[in-house]
Design a protein around this ligand. Structure first.
Ligand code: AMP
Ligand code: MG
Length: 296
């Protein structure tokens, strides 16, 4: 029996291992693999638990900076894309549980509402750009304005084709101005997707997630793969990088996305701002307060 060792790499190492590689492409990532992790589900859970306080603290540091007059003004947008049932929702749940509602704002981008559709496609995204100190997680994103529009022929190619460039420039503008953009493509195998879609059909508590269109999209597996490849190849950059995360094992995907997030927060190289008050005076006031309350 082999010993499980858990995480094999630090956050920077894992991020490097999962970074989109144009040579091997989206197709080159095995959805069932667990790069940088040697272990089983229970080890994965422990690894998630071990990273949680680090992620929390890194976000608090971001927030503390945002509050300090001379602090850094930084924020981060985490984009999640992937096929139906790839596990985007589960990752969002995991991250919200880890960071908490004060530090993390989540948005699921569905079919545009009438109001959204009456604006430029980035309008609804702009409105969900986080304030300084906060992390935004997007469950689907502006990339649907290429992917869904292309796959469902909602508009001609002349409409979605320029969007690769528009999106690249939009993200570049965010990054130049202090908002990191981190993009994750979850990849799930055909068999695992089938199993998850099957559960939605047979388990009553999951029936609400079933959608006939998911099955239609599944039939176009290879066309979707090509559309994902195009997005990754044409919108990956060092400033707004794509990662491809194997997601057949939910615990791995959750741990890996958390660690990529941690890597980017650590790479900001922020420190908690120094106290801007007189420590001795504050301590004295605290002690006085005890006496005052006791005498009351
Ligand atoms: P779900 O993520 O399962 O809630 O599904 C959301 C649906 O909304 C998916 O089928 C997406 O393809 C679709 N969707 C999201 N954004 C857009 C968009 N900009 N244009 C058209 N469809 C979209
Ligand atoms: Mg769908």
């Amino acid at each position: 029996m082999t010993e499980s060792t858990g995480p094999l790499t630090d956050p920077a190492g894992l991020a490097a291992a999962l970074r989109f590689d144009p040579e091997s492409g989206f197709a080159g990532v095995d959805p069932h693999s667990t790069p940088g992790f040697d272990g089983k589900k229970s080890d994965g859970r422990s690894a998630q638990d071990a990273d949680a306080p680090l992620i929390r603290s890194a976000q608090e540091c971001l927030h503390a900076n945002a509050l300090a007059p001379d602090g850094a003004r930084r924020a981060l947008v985490l984009v999640l894309q992937g096929r139906d049932a790839a596990g985007k929702g589960g990752v969002v749940r995991h991250l919200s549980g880890t960071v908490g509602p004060h530090g993390l704002q989540t948005t699921a981008f569905g079919v545009p509402t009438d109001e959204e559709a009456s604006h430029h496609f980035l309008w609804r995204v702009q409105r969900r750009i986080p304030p300084w100190g906060r992390i935004a997680v997007f469950d689907r994103s502006h990339y649907e304005d290429i992917l869904a529009v292309r796959m469902h022929e909602l508009a001609p190619r002349s409409v979605w084709e320029p969007r690769y460039e528009t999106i690249t420039e939009f993200e570049e503008g965010l990054v130049l101005n202090g908002i990191d953009v981190v993009k994750i493509m979850l990849t799930v195998s055909q068999d695992e997707q089938a199993e998850r879609l099957r559960e939605r059909i047979v388990i009553p508590e999951k029936a609400w997630k079933h959608s006939a269109s998911d099955l239609e999209d599944r039939l176009r597996w290879h066309e979707y793969s090509e559309a994902f490849e195009d997005v990754l190849h044409r919108t990956d950059s060092d400033s707004a990088p794509w990662y491809v995360v194997p997601s057949d094992r939910k615990w791995y995907a959750r741990w890996a996305v958390g660690r990529i997030l941690l890597h980017h927060l650590e790479a900001m190289d922020l420190a908690f701002p120094p106290a801007d008050f007189d420590r001795d005076a504050a301590l004295a006031a605290l002690e006085d307060s005890a006496r005052t309350i006791a005498a009351d």
